[in-house]
Design a protein around this ligand. Structure first.
Ligand SMILES: Cc1ncc(COP(=O)(O)O)c(C=O)c1O
Length: 426
């Protein structure tokens, strides 16, 4: 039946009428314009955006170089499907991403983070001819079927979507705040390999260097180093999921660099193309070449517009020394959060690498009982005062900060000021 067009669809009631509840919204506002670290809603109200599209806009909203690159590309060539007709931008990007990770690497491009993690596993299985995959509690690797099976950060991501994929196992993530030291988590992994799946059946171990959705918990360097040793010993492909932590977010280009390890395969997305949908799997050439011709791909993977945007993003990183700038921004934000924690007992923990920071809200610092209500309150009150924040963590009590790495120090200070007012008022 034809539907009469409305003057505006920017209303929560229209959203509820036309879009299913399974797609949840953090903030009940509609955005019409964005620039740098700021967005404006349909009523013209300005906000400081420390969500940045869930860590997508490390170069900031509508970075002029990215906008120009997309405009130029749109006027020249928008789509052929790389599998059908090739174009320069895909290969240049593959070369640049491969070089960022290490020598003798190859890169294949997709559209979303979930596609990247699923394809990384496909490649690892084809290389090892083994079925098993080990992921970690608290992990988020996406919402498609294999990815959601590897995900273990919130029941909503998995519930009622079964049967899930076979041969996926979970080991505890080393969450020191909640008693999972490196030794304890590693013993649990050893136990899993002794009792549920033997190493010769495991194709891949996939881990985020810092849990994203799972609560912004960095994996200790020692844990990642031991994981590297174990996977190397058993011929298991070590996949580092850098979808959220990559591109300067942790104060290094990639989060795994903090542990000084060499991954076999790296998944990237989000900030890679500064707002355009693009993901990548980058890995050792001999692993990447395992699938048969035609086994990898997708109609839109590595679309020319997204490749042009990503090349511009990489140029911005070079020109603006954005990794170092992000590390400075992270240090400023961390100082502010630690100062706030000294005054606010509800802030049980301040944690994260670089500019991938979070506060965990608890009812009591000794019991560490999660306080999801307080976290929601903080997010709502901050928004009322013009600061946009996001939640994460299995108990929904962690408030995360993902400002663009281009955010001015004054704006970080302003965001911290708003947060301070929010805690004083609550
Ligand atoms: C670490 C990690 N992996 C994978 C994904 C999935 O990415 P996408 O939502 O683009 O499918 C995400 C998304 O938040 C993520 O944070």
């Amino acid at each position: 039946m034809p539907v009469a067009r409305q003057d505006t669809y920017a209303s929560v009631s229209a959203r509820e009428r036309w879009i299913p509840r399974g797609l949840a919204n953090t903030h009940p506002i509609f955005i019409t314009r964005a620039e740098g670290s700021r967005v404006w809603d349909a009523d013209g109200k300005e906000y400081l955006d420390f969500c940045a599209g869930i860590g997508v806009l490390n170069v900031g909203h509508c970075h002029p170089r990215v906008v120009q690159a997309v405009r130029d590309q749109a006027a020249r060539l928008t789509h052929t499907c790389f599998q059908v007709l090739m174009y320069d931008e895909y290969v240049e990007l593959a070369a640049r991403l491969s070089a960022l990770v290490g020598p003798a690497r190859k890169t294949v491009l997709f559209t979303t983070g979930a596609e990247a993690t699923e394809n990384a596993v496909k490649i690892a299985r084809a290389h090892t001819r083994r079925p098993g995959v080990i992921a970690f509690s608290g992990a988020f690797h996406g919402r498609t079927q294999l990815a959601l099976t590897m995900t273990a950060s919130n029941p909503a991501y998995r519930q009622n979507f079964g049967p899930l994929s076979a041969e996926v196992y979970h080991a505890p993530f080393p969450d020191e705040y909640r008693g999972w030291t490196t030794d304890r988590a590693f013993s649990a992994l050893d136990e899993l390999l002794a009792t549920e799946v033997t190493p010769d059946q495991v194709a891949a171990v996939i881990i985020e260097p810092q849990l994203g959705e799972g609560g912004f918990i960095p994996a200790p360097a020692a844990f990642l180093q031991r994981l590297r040793d174990l996977t190397r010993r058993h011929g298991i492909v070590l996949i580092l999921d850098e979808v959220q932590s990559g591109f300067g977010r942790t104060g290094r280009m990639f989060g795994y660099e903090h542990a000084g390890i060499e991954p076999d395969v790296v998944t990237m997305a989000k900030s890679l193309a500064g707002g355009l949908p693009l993901s990548a799997v980058v890995g050792k050439a001999e692993i990447m070449d395992a699938p048969l011709a035609g086994g990898l791909g997708g109609t839109y993977g590595g679309n020319p517009l997204a490749c042009a945007a990503a090349l511009a993003v990489l140029d911005v990183f070079d020109a603006d020394d954005l990794v170092a700038r992000g590390a400075r921004l992270g240090a400023q934000l961390r100082d502010g959060l630690v100062t706030l924690q000294a005054r606010v007992p509800a802030i049980g923990d301040v944690r994260g690498l670089g500019a991938m920071l979070a506060i965990e809200l608890v009812r009591d610092r000794a019991t560490k009982e999660p306080d999801a209500e307080r976290a929601q309150q903080v997010i709502d009150r901050a928004r009322e005062r013009g600061l946009l924040l996001l939640k994460c963590g299995p108990h929904k009590n962690v408030v995360r900060f993902l400002p663009p790495l281009t955010t001015a120090p004054d704006d970080i200070a302003r965001g911290l000021g708003i947060l301070d007012t929010v805690f004083q008022a609550s």
